[in-house]
Design a protein around this ligand. Structure first.
Ligand code: FES
Ligand SMILES: [Fe+2]
Length: 340
């Protein structure tokens, strides 16, 4: 395993939780017949796609002397390390040591391969630890599994710790301030009371006195992968389909970087679907990037220790609850490691 078993709870909390699925990068980052190096949970990985589209995710570390396999050569169903030519297939097995045929490395699985799935344009991978190499059950976000829903994936990499990106999503009240000048979040009260409503897969953090006007609620869902669902009302000029939903996820790249995934979706069929997709591409997408830029600017401006010195109030209960859940899990995972 390349996932270290000696990490402290702080390290795990900073670099990403284990024993869960995470989004990694959009699918189109790895073309058929392509190789791509990515960082996730503070470690380097190789995404490797065969020409028939099959995808593998391997530790980016040659089993011979540690050279990055991502510098190697794609041989169709395997990759050859550039340094001394050792060949590794998509399961992490050494298929050949060309410099020393018959070498005892041949036939051995020496490179960690993570379980991967591709969903709605994104690559998801399961990051286990030594005790939990088998993937946990993954239930996909319902809006991404529903055929009547049409979604666009928008991906960006931000220079922020992943937990800040998640906390931002559990903080609906910023919509009325940070995004006040946007085309969708100009309206509604700038004062509110919030509550937490538990569900069997997470919780809602929602305004008690306003719904359907601004960013008024968010649901955290923990279904083998952590994601949020929220909805933002849309003016009639944005075409058919009513409210506009967002599924959000975050990839912990390392302690200071995050890949953010936002699927913007609407429940639309037939001609309405075409209209919505056309409008999105020609008109709405650009505005969304502008809104996301506001989030990025604010989050990248937060000091590294922002969550160490705060004065929280009622609107931050959703964040407090999120931290408790994530920190408890990080602690438990470091303990599990210590006893392993
Ligand atoms: S380090 Fe890869 S073949 Fe030697
Ligand atoms: Fe925002």
């Amino acid at each position: 395993m390349t996932l270290s078993t000696r990490d402290t709870a702080e390290h795990i909390y900073a670099n990403g939780l284990r024993n869960t699925w995470h989004p990694v990068v959009p699918s189109h980052f790895v073309k058929p017949g392509g190789l791509r190096r990515v960082t996730a949970l503070g470690e380097n990985w190789l995404l490797f796609r065969k020409s028939d589209g099959t995808l593998s995710m391997l530790a980016d570390r040659c089993p011979h002397r540690g050279a990055p396999l991502s510098l190697g050569k794609h041989l169709g169903d395997r990759v050859a390390c550039w340094y001394h030519g050792v060949e590794v297939d998509g399961t992490g097995k050494v298929t050949s040591v060309p410099g020393l045929p018959g070498c005892n490395l041949e036939g051995k699985t020496l490179v960690t391969a993570l379980p991967v799935r591709e969903v709605a344009g994104a690559i998801l991978a399961y990051f286990g630890d030594e005790e939990h190499p088998e993937p946990v059950e993954l239930t996909l976000p319902d809006p991404l599994a529903d055929e009547d829903i049409s979604a666009f994936l928008c991906y960006a990499e931000w220079n922020v710790p992943w937990r800040f990106a998640m906390e931002n999503l559990l903080d609906p009240m910023h919509g009325a301030f940070l995004h006040h000048d946007s085309h969708t979040m100009y309206d509604g009260d700038t004062t509110a009371k919030f509550r937490i409503r538990e569900t069997d897969r997470g919780y809602f953090f929602e305004k008690t006195d306003q719904r359907g006007v601004n960013f008024d609620w968010v649901e955290l869902c923990r279904t083998g992968i952590d994601w949020v669902d929220l909805s933002i009302p849309y003016p009639p000029s944005a075409g058919p389909g009513g409210a506009f939903g967002i599924v959000g996820m975050a990839c912990p790249v390392d302690a200071g970087r995050t890949g953010v995934f936002f699927w913007r979706y609407r429940k639309v069929q037939d001609w309405q679907r075409d209209t919505w997709r056309f409008l999105y591409r020609t008109l709405i997408e650009e505005r969304h990037w502008a809104v996301l830029e506001q989030d990025r600017t604010m989050l990248e401006g937060l000091p590294e220790d922002a969550d160490q010195q705060e004065n929280l109030y009622q609107h931050d209960l959703g964040i407090v609850r999120l931290r408790r859940l994530l920190q408890a899990q990080a602690k438990q995972q470091s303990k599990a490691d210590a006893t392993a």
